[in-house]
Design a protein. Structure first.
Length: 196
């Protein structure tokens, strides 16, 4: 009887190991699953990193310390995100020349907003480049206006737009962009005024 029991247990062990997974197989399967999971997480982190602009390739484009340069729904390309990978069309805000953020302007008063900007890219901005209205309050400004002179790589220039303060009291913000000859905006600027 002991012999039959030992034979039965040996037969059951043989059947279980032949039908089931061995410890080595289980460890191998778990190891493969862990490797796949780590690879997936790394791919997701890489994807997130590619979608998140870094401080080194996202120039400041406004004197406003808040992140209001690029409002929701504003297409962004070039230096801000998803644009030229060659660095051709890249610019940065240098200073407000006229009308600082929050300046009071009487209702209905015409004014000129001028920004100082720098060509940080690898391509000259020609007179085919333009300042375009992007979003927010247009304040009577044009949809687009061409640059008045070429801006060589590394140079700083002033870019202006003629606007009119709205008729109603309140705070108004307009977003403008420097755009290349194809009309693709790459450096966003803002004008923020208060009508008393």
């Amino acid at each position: 009887m002991t012999r039959n029991l030992i034979l039965s247990l040996a037969l059951v062990s043989l059947l279980l190991t032949s039908c089931g997974l061995s410890e080595t197989d289980v460890q191998s399967t778990v190891g493969a699953a862990v490797t796949n999971a780590v690879g997936t997480v790394n791919a997701q982190y890489t994807e997130i990193a590619l979608l998140t602009p870094s401080a080194t390739n996202t120039p400041l484009t406004t004197s406003t310390p808040m992140a209001t340069n690029t409002p929701a729904g504003t297409p962004t390309t070039g230096a801000i995100s998803g644009g030229s990978t060659s660095g051709c069309d890249v610019g940065s805000f240098v200073a407000d020349v006229t009308v600082s953020d929050g300046d009071e302007i009487e209702a209905g008063t015409p004014f000129t907003k001028t920004w100082s900007v720098k060509n940080d890219g690898t391509c000259e901005w020609t007179t085919s480049y333009m300042l375009i209205f992007s979003s927010g309050d247009q304040m009577g400004g044009p949809t687009s206006t061409p640059l008045t002179a070429a801006v060589p790589v590394g140079s700083t220039t002033n870019i202006s737009v003629s606007l009119t303060a709205p008729a109603s009291p309140g705070s108004y913000t307009g977003y403008w962009a420097i755009a290349n000859a194809s009309g693709i905006g790459f450096t966003y600027l803002s004008v923020v005024i208060t009508v008393p």
